[in-house]
Design a protein around this ligand. Structure first.
Ligand SMILES: [Ca+2]
Length: 429
């Protein structure tokens, strides 16, 4: 399905907003309600394959079932793209951090992006067939660290920030990485270094395993490790590495009903959330805004959707010139940007009460006042009404007007022209 759906199955509650603030400290406060459905509206899924010799039957099984796997995920997520990457190992011998061995043969490679993320499942299927023939791999450990590291650093993959991101990795051994050799850990192995992109051991791009697991978690990429059904001796180590304090992924033995197995693993991740938080996208404006609470943590969502409320406080620096300031508040579910709010902040000089319609409450027939949705415009005034994106949509001349009959529900900005300039926010419910 070629979807242009951005966001979630259930429409997000947060809408673009207009706020009127001034340079008085803490003058403008508003709130946002974040809707988080317990299902993914969109996802990007990378298939990654260890192509070394011992993986022959695993690879043919994965390829044979590729259509079923993709169909099953497309049935539960309305907008999903697939891509593919593969590896064997570095085609060289290394002697570093207490381990000496030949990692792979001359035809082996440590990482290749075979297909960037695409909606075209026929192409993905064809690519998977082309990588099913196996390579060599020499020693037991393989370049798993490099392949996972590239999931974070290969920009050609094309992950979407607003979608769930999965790496489904077929493998049967353990990575090369110096810090894997750590007796204080539950699983410790002496497998040498992963020399990184320059393929030279001991340089600054060598890949360390535990920092990599941390980066995967904080980047919102969820690894799903499909340990070979034939060679499953490292399952426990992979489950440890995928635990929620390390990579926060899943490691399991590849089962016989693989399409349903993968679909249910992906589905189970959708209603568990580590943290939800809002963040101002533009660094310039980040100090202007604070949120209460700053985040929610350890959430299990109740289908179909839960909502989370944030109070937004604007504290415009006192030297800020009068004018319109536009920026974004992004709402994150873990590292997935699930919603965005466009903020139009009209900043006025610090004056008391001007932004509060109830302050304009002298209801004399010759004064400007707002009572409910009725606005009274005195003789020598005009009132201009603006939309949230700053477009003037209405000019009211002298007289009494019922705003509800001329404006759809929403938030607007009113501005007077006349003896006194007044700016005020109008909410039509
Ligand atoms: Ca190897």
């Amino acid at each position: 399905m070629i979807g242009i759906l951005i966001g979630w199955v259930v429409a997000p509650v947060i809408t673009d907003t207009v706020y009127v603030g001034d340079t008085c400290p803490g003058t403008a406060v508003d709130s946002a309600l974040m809707g988080v459905p317990s299902a993914y509206a969109c996802a990007d899924v990378m298939f990654v394959f260890d192509r070394t010799g011992s993986m022959t039957s695993e690879l043919s099984y994965a390829v044979a079932n590729a259509n079923a796997i993709m169909d099953s995920l497309m049935a539960s997520i309305s907008d999903v793209r697939f891509g593919a990457a593969s590896h064997a190992d570095y085609p060289a011998s290394y002697s570093y951090c207490g381990y000496s061995n030949t990692y792979g043969s001359s035809s082996d490679y440590p990482y290749s992006l075979n297909q960037p993320l695409t909606y075209d499942t026929a192409t993905v299927r064809a690519v998977l067939s082309s990588i099913s023939s196996t390579l060599y791999g020499a020693d037991g450990p393989e370049s798993y660290a490099r392949a996972l590291w590239e999931m974070l650093h290969d920009t050609a993959i094309g992950w979407r920030a607003e979608c769930a991101r999965f790496v489904i990795f077929w493998l049967d051994n353990i990575p090369h990485a110096c810090d894997l050799n750590d007796l204080s850990r539950a699983y410790s192995y002496n497998t040498g270094t992963d020399p990184g992109r320059d393929a030279v051991a001991g340089t600054s791009d060598d890949i360390l395993w535990y920092p990599l697991l941390h980066d995967l978690r904080t980047s919102g990429i969820t690894p799903i490790i499909m340990v070979s059904a034939l060679i499953s001796g490292y399952l426990n180590a992979w489950q440890y590495w995928m635990s929620d304090t390390l990579a926060n992924g899943i490691a399991t033995i590849r089962g016989s009903g693989i399409a349903r197995q993968i679909d249910s693993i992906v589905d189970a991740t959708a209603d568990v959330v580590d943290s939800l938080w809002p963040q101002v996208r533009e660094a310039t404006y980040a100090p202007w805004v604070s949120f209460t609470p700053p985040y929610y943590t350890d959430i299990t969502l109740t289908p179909p959707e839960d909502t989370f409320s944030f109070t937004i406080h604007f504290n415009v620096p006192s030297t800020t010139p009068r004018g319109l300031y536009t920026f974004h508040i992004d709402y994150y579910r873990d590292a997935i940007r699930v919603d965005t709010q466009l903020v139009n902040l009209y900043v006025e000089n610090c004056t008391i009460g001007w932004d509060d319609p109830t302050a304009i409450s002298e209801r004399k027939e010759n004064s400007l006042y707002v009572a409910g949705t009725i606005i009274n415009v005195p003789q020598e005034y005009q009132v201009e009404i603006y939309t949230v994106d700053g477009k003037r949509i209405l000019t009211l001349s002298a007289g009494k007007h019922d705003l509800r009959s001329v404006l759809k529900p929403g938030v607007y900005l009113g501005r007077t022209s006349g003896p006194k300039s007044v700016v005020f926010k109008i909410i039509i419910r």
